[in-house]
Write a protein that binds this ligand. Structure first.
Ligand SMILES: N[C@@H](CCC[C@H](N)C(=O)O)C(=O)O
Length: 271
């Protein structure tokens, strides 16, 4: 099976071209592909499938991003994934550089990119759902519940994020997050900049999370009594720019394709 490996600020993906939707992408196949020792290794899989092949004839996008987490679970949206997906479409000659749309489980997303360089995406209107709490290493952190299509809890903290232990998922009120949650911990470092780390649902700690950086910008703005502004969000894998204009949100940053090849499916160890 052909694959391409890519990442956005080190949130990494196995990209699987499947234009006519013929691949049976089971959770165990996804988990085996994402295995960092016995597989290719990634935070998730991006299946590249024509919207039509899924019966979405009038979606308003030619291509659909079928995103899966490393544990095989399905997620509604992936902000870094959609940027890497767009870079793949252009690189593969399946879309022209410029502005086009991509279908996702959380709706159609408009992307903007050149032949090289950063990729921007209109991430849609964030939805603030109220307050929440996360417990980590015996401390409780207050946060804001934000939906970016997928669920987030963005917690403002007053200590450097480098010192956090995110080996295990923070404890949250399961009743408030019936579908699980991605937890961001962030600290404002001045002048529209924040530092952030994330524990992702279905993956574990990752080096970046696009939807998480937007949720973090929303929570940073909320803490200042605002709904608009531009944030530079520093994550372990790089820096992403988030723009909140009061109506929608934009995410901009690098998207890199670094390898391609064939994977021998019969040699993957079933997960
Ligand atoms: N890394 C992604 C988010 C991927 C989905 C997430 N783990 C979930 O289950 O909601 C991003 O860049 O947004």
């Amino acid at each position: 099976m052909r694959f391409v490996k890519g990442h956005g600020t080190e949130n990494d993906f196995v990209i699987v071209p499947d234009p006519d939707g013929s691949l049976d992408l089971t959770p165990s196949l996804v988990a085996a592909l994402c295995d960092r020792r016995a597989g290719i290794g990634a935070d998730g899989v991006l299946r590249v499938v024509r919207a039509k092949a899924l019966g979405h004839d009038d979606l308003g996008a030619e291509w659909f991003m079928d995103y899966r987490n490393a544990d095989g679970s399905v997620a509604e949206m992936c902000g870094n994934g959609v940027r890497v997906f767009a870079r793949y479409l252009v690189d593969a000659g399946l879309a022209a550089p410029g502005d086009f749309t991509i279908g996702t489980r959380s709706g159609v997303r408009a992307v903007s990119l050149g032949a090289t360089g950063d990729v921007s995406v209109d991430m849609g209107a964030p939805r603030i759902l109220g307050e929440g709490h996360a417990a980590l290493s015996g401390r409780s952190y207050a946060g804001l519940r934000v939906s970016m299509g997928n669920p987030h809890l963005a917690c403002l903290i007053d200590e450097p994020v480098a010192g956090l232990d995110l080996e295990h998922a923070p404890d949250v009120d399961a009743a408030a997050f019936p579908d699980g949650v991605n937890v961001e911990l962030f600290r404002p470092v001045g002048d529209g900049r924040v530092e952030m780390r994330v524990h992702e649902r279905g993956v574990g700690e990752t080096r970046s999370c696009g939807t998480g950086t937007v949720a973090t910008a929303v929570a940073a703005a909320h803490a200042e009594g605002r709904t608009t502004g531009t944030w530079e969000v520093a994550v372990p894998g790089g820096v992403l720019t988030v723009i909140l204009d009061g109506t929608t949100s934009f995410l901009r940053g690098p998207a890199v394709l670094l390898a391609e090849g064939d994977v021998h499916l019969d040699r993957l160890i079933a997960r």
